[in-house]
Ligand binder design. Sequence first.
Ligand code: SAH
Length: 339
Amino acid sequence: MKNIKNYNLDELKQELISLGEKPYRAEQIFKWLYIDKVIEFDEMTNLSLELREKLKQNYTMCNFKILKKQEAQDGTKKYLFDVLDGNAIETVLMEYHHGKTICVSSQIGCKMGCKFCASTGIAFIRNLEPGEIVEQILAVEQDIGEHISNIVFMGIGEPFDNYDNVMQAIHIINNQKGLNIGARHISISTSGIVPKIYEFADEKLQCTLSISLHATNNQKRSEMMPVNNAYPLEELMKACKEYIKKTNKRISFEYALAKDNNDNLEDAKALVKLLSGMLCHVNLIPINKIENGKFTKSSNENIIKFRDYLNEHGIVATIRRELGSDIDAACGQLRRKNL
Ligand code: SAH
């Protein structure tokens, strides 16, 4: 059976037509799914019993079960969801002054192999379907009874390795007749899959693109991120410049600071050189410790020095707040689980 949350509104209209129904029914269903957030077709009370029966026979609603919920001291919540096929993924809810943000997963596991990230430690299983990405938002909203204002594709997985499903999820999340979360409130982070950066530039979406940079030369970056062997820094930076030129949008470069690895003054100087003149922002992430990880966090003093050096040399840099690290919900700490 097909997951009804995989369809955008136009496709759902086509589905309804093929069931012999009027297309406006799709809008009613969309409203039930994404505004009223019902979990049963029988709750869609303005549809005839006959249509509800047809829907039940043809589609699932893919309601995730919460297997575990943890709350950190700072209010960050981490959910472990049963994705209904024997696998489980994590989703995080964070509170910022401007509203609530959900960090969604895009894959069950990850192929990228970044040495500092727990998401990649265990085998890659499969891509998440668009509806399974959307369901993470619905399940959290149902749980807290509140509306989410921002989405970041920064959970488990590499969004640009599941490009089509992630784009479809964004179209569903965006729709004004549904969740209505504007593209400006959506960020996507990639480890640097270069061809997809070019493709993304052509989508004409207002989402923020984040690039996991973490190092300023190929040797160091390849040691930290094997994806750099396939798409080295020169190609990555060329794609980023092209993206900025095409979209006129600022790129956010993520740089996780690891002690004695990429956090000294020489690294800061090299970063200024690499990014100077680009429409960008640097988001410094104090690296989070993971099991068996060889990297440790830079000292607070070093992190502040690094930020100040960038700011004094024309690169806007901020330090990402560390949220949820006491429950392993911070950047790089999410993992898929076996049931
Ligand atoms: N695969 C995508 C999405 C992950 S987003 C990507 O690589 O961009 C999560 C962000 O946290 C990325 O910038 C990632 O490099 C970073 N990250 C991973 N492990 C981390 C860790 N242990 N500490 C801090 N940041 C980490």
